[in-house]
Ligand binder design. Sequence first.
Ligand code: NAD
Length: 284
Amino acid sequence: MADTPEQDLGPPPLASEQVLSVDDDRFAPETVCLVTGAASGIGRAVAFAMADNGCTVVATDVDEDGLAETVDVAEDAGVDGTVETVAADLREEAADVVDAAADRGQVRFLANIAGLQHVSPIEEFPMEKYDEMHDVMLRAPLELTKHSLPHMHEAGSGAVGNMASVHGHYVTSDKVAYNVVKFGLRGLTQSIAAEGDGTVRAYSVSTGYVATPLVTGQIPDTAEQRGVSEQEVVEDVMLGQARNKEMMDPVEVANLFVFGFSEHASHLNGGDLPFDGGMMSTYE
Ligand code: NAD
C-alpha cells in the first residue's frame, strides 16, 4: 500500500474570507441573482458568494432541506445580502422559478448550476436517465434563460453563467449523457451571446473535479466500472491528468461566477473559463 494520506473528500465550510469581493454597483439588494442547484456543492457556494457580495440571491433546488441549510450557512456567516429559497423541480417548474425570482427584485444574473451524474456505458445507458440529465442540465438552463432575458434587458445589463465542465471540452468513457449535455451547455452559452447586444452576456465555467457530493457519490460506481479501488479513482482517474493534485473547492468555483457576473468581465461573452488545473492543456 502507498503511504499517501487519503484526501479528505468533504467540502470545506464556506466563509466570507474565502469569497472574492467585487465592487460593482449592481451587486446590491435590489439585484436578484437566481442560482440553481443551490442546496448543495457548487450551487450553494455560488449562492453564498453572490449574497456575500450584497445581492439578493434566489436559491432554487429540488432539495428543500439542503436549501434551508444554505440559508443557515449564509446567515451564520453574516453575508451582506440575503438568500431566499424557491423549492422546485427544474424539469417542470423552470418558468415559475423565474417568476418567483422576479417577485424578489430585478433579475440580472442567472447561474445554471444544478446537475447530476450517471456512470454507465452507452450500450447500457438508461434512456430515462439521459432524459433527466438533459432536462435538468440543458433544457432547464435554456428555459430559465428564456424567461430571465426580458428582466435582464429591462435592467439594462445582466448575465447568464453556465456551469459546464472539462467534459464540455473532452470526454470520459461511461458518461455519455454528461458529456453530451456539457457540450450542449457551451452551445447554449454561445447562442445567448449571439443573440445579445453585449450588455446581456453569457459565459461558462469549466472545471475539473470539485469536492462536492456529486463527485464523491460517483467514486464507487467508477471504481466498479474500472475494477480499481476508490482511492485509485481519485488519484489516477480523476486527478491523474491534472497538474494540480487536489480537487477544487466549491468556493473557488463560486468566485469565478462572481467575477463572471461583475463589470470586470464585460468582454467575457460566449466564452468559457477553463479552470482545470492543466487537465486539458497538458499531456503526460
Ligand atoms: P451536487 O450534487 O452537490 O449539487 C447538484 C444539485 O442539483 C443538488 O442540490 C440537486 O438537488 C440539484 N438538482 C438535481 N436535479 C434537480 C432538479 N430536477 N431540479 C432542481 N434541482 C436539481 O453537485 P455539484 O458537484 O455541486 O455540481 C453542480 C454542477 O457543477 C453540475 O452541473 C455539475 O455537472 C457541475 N460540475 C461539477 C464538478 C465537480 O467536480 N463537482 C465539475 C465540473 C462541473
